[in-house]
Every structure is written in C-alpha cells, then in structure tokens.
Design a protein around this ligand. Structure first.
Ligand code: C2E
Ligand code: CA
Ligand code: CA
Length: 626
C-alpha cells in the first residue's frame, strides 16, 4: 500500500528534475560554446529535452483512478527508466567536460557531478530501487576520474568520493527506512498489522472513483465478532487481543491478493473486494465469499489452553456506479451488519433498499418521537386485571403513540427506540406522571383498585434521577394509602445489570411504598437465586406460555412450575394474554391469582375504562345479589 504514496511522491519529483535539468542545461550549452564543444553540448541538450518531454508525459499521465493496478506498474517501470536516463545524461556531460581544462571546465564538471549526486539522494529518497543505482552511476565515474589523474591528491579525492558515496547511500537508506516505517505506522493497525480505518476510508474513496470510471463493481464486507465483549470481560484483554490477531490472520489467509483488509477498530473488520464486471455477479460472489469466511471464522480457536468458539455478523454492501463517498458505503454496510446482529447474529445480510427504507423509518420515528412528548401525542391505555371471581382488581398501564404522521403506534415500535436514544427517561417520567394523575382521579371518583401497574424500562430504572423523580411525583399526586397500590413492572433483562445496584435501587423505591413485579417471567435470564435476591412482590406469567396452553404439554408444565415457584417465594401471580375460558380455568385451577387478556378486555382509554368499570361492577353486583 505504500506504493501508492511512493508513486505520488515520485510523480512530483519528475517536475523538479525537469526544472533542474532544462534550465541549468542551457548554461552548459553556453559553456560548451565558450570551450569549443558546442556541437556535443547541443546534442546533449537535445537528449535532455527529449527525455524531459517523456518525463512530462509520465507526469501528466499518472492517475490513480484511471490507471488500473497493472497500468500503474507499467507507469512505475517507465518512471524508473526515466530517472536512470536523465541522471545518466548528467554523467555524460560530466565525462564530456571533465577532460577539458579550458576555462577550468573540469572544475564545473566535478561540481556538477557532486551536485547531481546530492539531488539524486534527496529527490529519490522514497525509493531504494532508484537512489541506489543512480548514486552509483553518478559517483563511480567521479571516483574513476580522480584515480586516473595519477597524482597523490587524485587518490585522496578518489577516496573522499568513495566515502561521500557511502555517506549518501547510508543517509538516503536511513531516511528511506524512516519514511517507510512512518507510512506503515500511519496506515496500519498495530495489533493485527492490518490496514487501519483512516487508510481504509481514503483507499475506499479511490476505489469508488475508479469504479465510477471503469463502470465495474466491487463490494465491501463489514465483519463484527459476536459477543466479543464477553470474551474480553471474562478471559481478559490478552486473550481478546490474541483472538483478534488470529481472526486477522484467518481473514488474510482466506482473501485473494487483490482484496484489501482493514481493522476498523475493536472487533470490527472490513474488506474491499477486487473489481467485477456485473452487479449481480458481484453480489453472488460476495455472498458465497462471506459464507465461506464465516465458516472459517467459526472454527474453534485454541488460545492459552482455552478452546473458544466465536461467530460473526457480516454486512455486505455493493459499490458500483453510484456517486457516494466511502463513509456512506461503510455506513450502509454497517446497517446491514446490525441487521444481521438483530436477526440473531452469526449471519450475513446484504444491504438493500428495503433495509434502507426500514432504517429510514426507524430514524424518522426516532426524530419525531422527540416531539411526540411536547405535542402531547403519547397516550396511556389501561388494561384491567381480574381476580379468580372475575372482579376488577387492578390495571396495567400501556402506552400508545397517537402520531400525527404515522397514526396510532403500539409501544413495540417506539419503546425500544426511546430506550436506545435515551428519550425513555423523559418519556418514562411523563408516563409515570400521567398514570399517577389517573390513579388520583380514579381514587377520587371511587374507582377502587387494589393495584396499579406501570412498565419501567431498565435504562429508565437505572437512571440516577429515577428514585428522586418517583418520590417527587408520588408526593405530588398520591396519598399514603394510594402510594401502596403502585407496582413497577420490570423485565428479566434487568438481571444482566449489576445485581447489587438493582437491589439497592429497588430497596430505595420500596421504602417509598412501591412494589415490584417481574414481567414476562420465564422468557429471559431469571434464575432461582435472582428470585430469592430481588425484593419482588409479583410474577407475571408470560403471554407466550398462556397462549399455547392446550397445544403443548410443556407449556402446562411451565405454568404449573412458575405458579408453584411463586407460592414458595410468596409472590402474587398475574397471567397475561388470557384469551379463552379454557386458559382462564386452567390458570384458576393451578392457583394463579390474577388475570388479564382479551378474554376479558384489551387496554382502553381512561374515560372508556371509567364507563366500563361502572357498568361492569354494577352488573357484577346485581349478579352477586341475585
Ligand atoms: P407487556 O408488559 O408484556 O404488555 C402486555 C402486552 O400484551 C400489551 O401489548 C398488551 O396490549 C398485550 N396483550 C394484553 N392482553 C393480550 C391478549 O389477550 N392477547 C394478546 N395477543 N396480547 C395481549 P402492548 O401494549 O403492545 O405493549 C407491548 C410491550 O411494550 C409491553 O409488554 C411492555 O413491555 C411495553 N410497554 C408498553 N407500555 C409501556 C410503557 O409505558 N413503558 C415501558 N417501558 N414499556 C411499555
Ligand atoms: Ca408489562
Ligand atoms: Ca409481559
């Protein structure tokens, strides 16, 4: 990769060399004329002009975008020949004038040759192939010339010249190595030796321009290791580093020569393919290539006596005749890679328009959600909860987004986005406040509930301001008696967080009168010890178990187990998603305390709930009295 830099550097040296040859060259004609060798001088200058024209041609035909790799190689070969010839011509003028003592021409010749050597050692420093032979071509004749004088001072000068040659070679070589090392370090990742992000972005920029010119196609892959953080956290960074090195090695071994590989940072790698004639062909190759690569990466790693297994998520993006910059293409590959992660990792996704559209919608929701709160578009609905006697004993608060732009949105399509962006903090506070207001209103209206459940996201729960905010809202809206009715529903994902921190936060809130319910129980990370260690009051049997009741025996067993576990830990139980009488009967039989679901009622708005509650309780009462 250093070649490109070397080429560009040398291209600029052509111009300097032309200037240093054509202008002083004229003075040499004059000297030749004064000293009676004008014809040879003119011939020499004509050669200089001819070579210079060729040099100019080389200079102006250097184009990293238009020239293919092979054409660049040819260009470079010609460039080397150009420098050889032009410096050789300076040796020619030296030989021509060195023998002439008229006008002390030989002094000028000697100086010329020394000057040319210094020029060569500075101009050509970026390329060993150039300065080495050129310095020899310039200095060896000088050494020969001094030796041939036949006097003692001639030998001394010859020795001096040899020393000077040595010094020039040595210093050029030193600078050359330093330059190469700097190039290398600026372009490579020190851990894996692959190219780094900065270089990669520039390189991709060139590839894109070249493809637009050649009307060909290529693709980039974005590879992200799955769960690499866990390895780093559990086994330490040394092992993590070794894995990254091994991954880099495997990718390098597998990629064809013309593919360029880089590490973008962390556990993220990227590859740009070679060029292909057709779009479809390119996509097929990209997919097949990625499948094989994934297999290779998934083979076990043996590192310091650990046998490790890693998979990866790969995003593919085609680059062709679309005018976009490299960052754009990388971003699209990134979107595809994230989609692969979202679909369960260990997979390959090709970026396409549908995906782009979805991401755009997502972003749009993200953007509008910000204003949804301000515009009062977030609404709360209340789903009643019943006891075994089918009396209304509580509600679960569920949010809706009544968007002017998208229509009515269910929480599934905006809560996770709010969690990701952090908006869940404001959104969550708003929901709690509105819910408390409703609870206060209902208490005043004589709608008597035993409990009132609000869903709380992990991120919201762990936010430093959360307990204070809850305390503030509680004291603002609810009296001592009503406070005790509030239940916060948290999901099992909370258990991946630091358990100590969770416990403390829960204890603090319990002091304020809040109870806790474990939502979606049985679908996530809970273990018996977490049930023991967390100050819970209630378990919610997940809808997925309830809805398959009667279809799979395993679900019956699951529900029975959860219900008896709850008994052991003295927790209330709520079954969610009860849709039929059979489900309800089964749950009652097995000791479930409360129920919610479409068998009874879906979530409804505040005023609807109030009417429903009045009607339902009065009918119930008449039935009981009858
Ligand atoms: P969840 O807490 O498990 O809520 C129960 C979901 O099941 C609700 O969907 C409810 O409408 C639906 N459901 C209730 N009964 C039935 C039934 O019989 N059959 C079927 N098929 N579904 C039923 P919803 O309202 O779309 O909420 C989805 C999830 O969004 C909730 O799951 C909860 O995790 C989250 N969520 C809702 N509101 C909020 C909120 O205000 N804050 C937070 N952080 N999360 C919320
Ligand atoms: Ca819930
Ligand atoms: Ca649930």
């Amino acid at each position: 990769m250093n070649k490109i830099k070397t080429y560009t550097f040398l291209q600029n040296q052509i111009l300097l060399m032309l200037g240093l040859s054509l202008i002083p060259g004229l003075a040499y004609i004059a000297l030749g004329w004064m000293s009676g060798v004008v014809i040879p001088a003119l011939v020499w200058y004509a050669l200089i002009v001819a070579v210079s024209i060729w040099g100019w041609h080389l200079y102006s035909h250097f184009d990293l975008i238009e020239l293919s790799r092979d054409e660049l190689k040819v260009w470079y070969r010609k460039l080397i020949i150009f420098f050889y010839i032009i410096f050789a011509l300076w040796t020619v003028i030296f030989m021509l004038y060195a023998g002439k003592t008229v006008n002390n021409l030989h002094y000028i010749a000697i100086f010329t040759q020394l000057g040319a050597s210094v020029v060569a050692s500075t101009l050509l420093v970026s390329d060993q192939k150039l300065f080495f032979p050129v310095l020899l071509v310039l200095m060896v004749p000088l050494v020969g010339y001094f030796s041939l004088i036949g006097e003692w001072y001639g030998y001394v000068l010859a020795v001096f010249s040899i020393i000077l040659l040595g010094v020039l070679l040595y210093s050029s070589d030193n600078s050359y190595r330093l330059i190469q090392k700097n190039y290398y370090q600026a372009q490579h990742d020190s851990l894996t030796g692959l190219l780094n992000r900065r270089f990669f972005v520039d390189y991709l920029e060139q590839v894109i321009k070249r493809l637009q010119y050649s009307q060909k196609f290529a693709y980039i892959l974005l590879i992200d290791l799955d769960h690499f953080k866990t390895i780093n956290d559990t086994l330490g960074h040394d092992i993590g580093d070794k894995i990254l090195q091994e991954v880099a090695q495997r990718i390098t071994d597998y990629c064809p020569k013309e593919y360029v590989i880089a590490r973008l940072g962390g556990d993220e790698f990227t590859i740009v393919s070679g060029e292909y004639e057709a779009d479809k062909e390119c996509e097929k190759i990209a997919y097949a290539f990625s499948e094989k690569l994934l297999q290779i990466l998934k083979e076990p790693y043996t590192i310091d006596n650990h046998n490790l297994y890693i998979s990866a998520s790969i995003g593919i993006n085609g680059i062709g005749n679309v005018a976009n910059n490299s960052k754009h293409f990388i971003k699209e590959a990134d979107i595809a890679m994230y989609e692969a992660k979202a679909q369960g990792r260990d997979g390959i996704i090709i970026f396409n328009d549908a995906l782009a559209k979805r991401v755009k919608e997502h972003l749009e929701i993200e953007r509008r959600l910000y204003f949804a709160l301000e515009h009062g578009e977030i609404k709360l609905c209340y789903q009643p909860q019943y006891n075994c006697d089918e009396q209304i004993v509580g509600v679960e608060v569920l949010s809706r987004w009544d968007s002017k732009d998208f229509g009515l949105l269910q929480p599934g399509s905006f809560i996770s986005i709010a969690e990701k962006t952090g908006l869940i903090i404001d959104l969550g506070n708003h929901i709690i406040e509105e819910a408390f207001k409703t609870l206060k209103r209902w208490e005043e209206k004589g709608i008597v509930l035993n409990q009132f459940s609000i869903n709380i996201s992990v991120r919201q729960f762990l936010h430093s301001s959360f307990p204070d905010e809850v305390e503030r809202l509680l004291s603002l809206y609810l009296d001592e008696n009503t406070k005790r009715k509030v239940i916060f529903e948290v999901t099992e994902t909370i258990l991946i967080e630091d358990i100590y921190r969770i416990q403390t936060a829960m204890q603090d809130l319990k002091k304020l009168g809040i109870s806790f319910s474990m939502d979606d129980f049985g679908t996530g990370y809970s273990s018996l010890s977490s049930l023991r260690d967390m100050p819970l009051d209630e378990l919610k049997v997940d809808r997925s178990f309830v809805s398959h009741l009667g279809e799979q025996e395993s679900d019956e067993v699951m529900i029975k187990t959860i219900l008896s576990l709850a008994k052991i830990f003295k927790l209330k139980t709520v079954a969610e998603g009860v849709e039929s009488k059979e489900q309800f009967d089964f749950l009652v039989e097995n000791g479930c305390d409360m129920f919610q679901g479409y068998y009874f009622e879906p979530a409804m708005e505040k005023y609807t709930f109030e009417m429903y509650y009045d009607e339902y309780t009065s009918v119930k009462r008449t039935l009981l009295e009858a």
